[in-house]
Design a binder for this molecule. Sequence first.
Ligand code: PLP
Length: 263
Amino acid sequence: MSTVETPPRVLTVAGSDSGGGAGIQADLKTMLMLGVHGMSVITAVTAQSSLGVQGAWELPVEAVRAQYRAVVDDIGVQAVKTGMLASAELVEAVAELISGTDAPAVVDPVGVSKHGDPLLAASALDSVRTKLLPAATVATPNLDEVAQLTGVQVESEDDLRRAADAVLEYGPRWVLIKGGHLPGDVAVDLLTDGTDEYRLRFPRQDNRHTHGTGCTLASAVAAGLAKGLSVPLAVAGAKDYVTKAIKAGFPLGAGIGPVDHGW
Ligand code: PLP
């Protein structure tokens, strides 16, 4: 009998990026690098290049449920990460699945890509607020997603806590507001559960090849949680990983290249 240990298992429930930079592909690369076994439930397939999303096709809810059950019922998971969920129907099905799973869930409430391509139907926003966010151990919205979900416009670091509190109203245990789009030489993220608060500051990287940043960060948080780290330590480790991956991001195609996992 083998004496090799089974690594922690992490499941991503997200969309496929045919260009390999974001979505499921970024998630699995991150998980491999962080020493956990990555598994995937594909919610949608995108035809995507460095120039943006050329097309997107959702999978039937039944196919998403079947993938999830196959993985969770046999292999088991120590953490789940959700990304692109495309429609209200899929958001609601995934919220129900993760609510019924005894593992922490990192919810990246993906709305629109860097190129401005919609990855979530406008009609799904309410399901994200009332079904998905309450099932999250950590939600990781960027500033555009915060504005869409709560109406709070963050213009400076002073607004971050108000934004976080507005997201916490929907019920996630923790929220990580990604302030990377704020002006300035230092990128500030805020992590809070409403009581404890951490501000993570990192020098801004002068690199436009950042495709897949959000997916990578959320997957790295999930990997940390699967290894048994607390939320603040998992987030700190994930921030460090994504900062290095952005620094190493490389040109690809004619547009925006991906973060690099092989730094
Ligand atoms: N494609 C898929 C399938 C995604 O899940 C995401 C982000 O979550 C993106 C594209 C967008 O990536 P970015 O905004 O980093 O370019």
